[in-house]
Design a binder for this molecule. Structure first.
Ligand code: COI
Length: 352
């Protein structure tokens, strides 16, 4: 049952200090955040409070042992002025799945949706309207015991912060096929949106960046043969006019954008295959002129074309992103649904 929501408003809004024509991803935060603690075996009263620094114990368990999970979701201003959330139920359900894998208590998804609605309603002036920008919503949930022993925490903090954001990638990406490091292995936490998965990617990512790449394409932990995902997004290839994407497993984040793209494409009669796709298959298809598109899909990234794919020995250049009809139309249709400009055929929009 929804608990009473205590609201403490900021004294002075920071809204006037924001240049809404220039909002790089992830730097700007709205005035308020939602905060809910878990202690004594239950969720406490939720609160909306000013967005501000937290006071944590140096022994905060999440900082030591990584019991920390998060989500990424978006809200837009619809053409009639409504606030439109895209599949927030799917994000909260995934957050609970991540929580279970990380040994953290589940929460009531319906209640959290209600609190999120109240938070975004309060900060609705922060929803950007510039094309390509959205209100990015970041739920964060972590173990908060002041205790240096390895165990599941007994106290937790769940926060939801929001902020107007522009695109995650400014332009099509050059990617590197990783064959040394891994992101996730069978039986691990690859399907959970947990901090450690991202932490483990940072050093390999910095090596890739030094070599001029924007992003790593992770491959399977056993053979480095099959594509998994890109860490910030799921992967799609178009080979012989069939859209191919790696199948979900415990090593791949079950992307909500990924699922939405598959649903839209199938509905449009496009053939989509969720199956293992090897590096060799993609490179051979390119050589034979059968690879027409490759792109990443994620909440932050939306749909970003892949410009080049490199291994340590080879580099392939994909067709000009401006000529890729399938992904251009897919992105437009997807963004139109989110903005309330196309029919919400699949019941994805939660409106307040
Ligand atoms: C998102 O797409 O929302 C994510 O959480 C990915 C992150 C790398 C920004």
């Amino acid at each position: 049952m929804v608990k009473e929501l205590k609201v403490t408003k900021v004294e002075n809004s920071r809204l006037d200090s924001v240049d809404f024509n220039n909002i790089p991803f992830g730097h700007v935060f709205s005035d308020h955040m939602l905060s809910i603690d878990f202690k004594d075996g239950e969720w406490q009263e939720p609160e909306i409070i000013p967005f501000e620094s937290l006071k944590l114990s140096p022994a905060c368990s999440a900082l030591h042992y990584g019991q920390s999970i998060f989500e990424g979701m978006k809200a837009e201003r619809g053409k009639d002025g409504d606030i439109l959330f895209f599949r927030p139920d799917a994000n909260f359900s995934r957050l609970n799945k991540s929580a279970s894998r990380m040994g953290m208590p589940n929460f009531n998804e319906q209640d959290l949706l209600y609190y999120l609605g109240k938070l975004v309603e309060l900060d609705q002036a922060w929803i950007p309207t510039l094309e390509g920008s959205s209100l990015y919503i970041r739920p964060l949930y972590f173990g908060n015991d002041s205790f240096i022993g390895v165990r599941s925490a007994q106290t937790y903090k769940l926060l939801i912060m929001t902020g107007p954001s522009g695109p995650y990638y400014a332009k099509p990406v050059n990617v590197y096929v990783e064959d040394t490091y891994i992101r996730a292995a069978e039986g691990g936490t690859g399907f959970a949106k947990t901090a450690g998965n991202y932490a483990a990617s940072l050093y390999p990512m910095s090596l890739a960046k030094e070599n001029g790449y924007d992003q790593i394409l992770w491959t399977d932990a056993k053979e480095h043969k099959y594509f998994q995902e890109a860490g910030t997004m799921n992967l799609f290839f178009v080979i012989d006019d069939v859209v191919v994407t790696p199948p979900l497993s415990d090593s791949i984040l079950p992307g909500i954008t990924r699922d939405s793209f598959i649903t839209i494409l199938k509905d449009q009669g496009v053939k989509v295959e969720e199956r293992n796709v090897s590096v060799e298959e993609v490179f051979t298809a390119h050589k034979e002129g059968r690879l027409s598109d490759a792109f990443g899909a994620g909440t932050a990234a939306v749909l970003i074309p892949i410009k080049t794919i490199s291994t340590r020995n080879e580099k392939i250049e994909l067709p000009d992103p401006n000529s890729r009809e399938l992904s251009i139309n897919l992105k437009k249709h997807f963004v139109d649904i989110k903005r309330g400009l196309a029919e919400d055929k699949f019941g994805w929009i939660y409106k307040i």
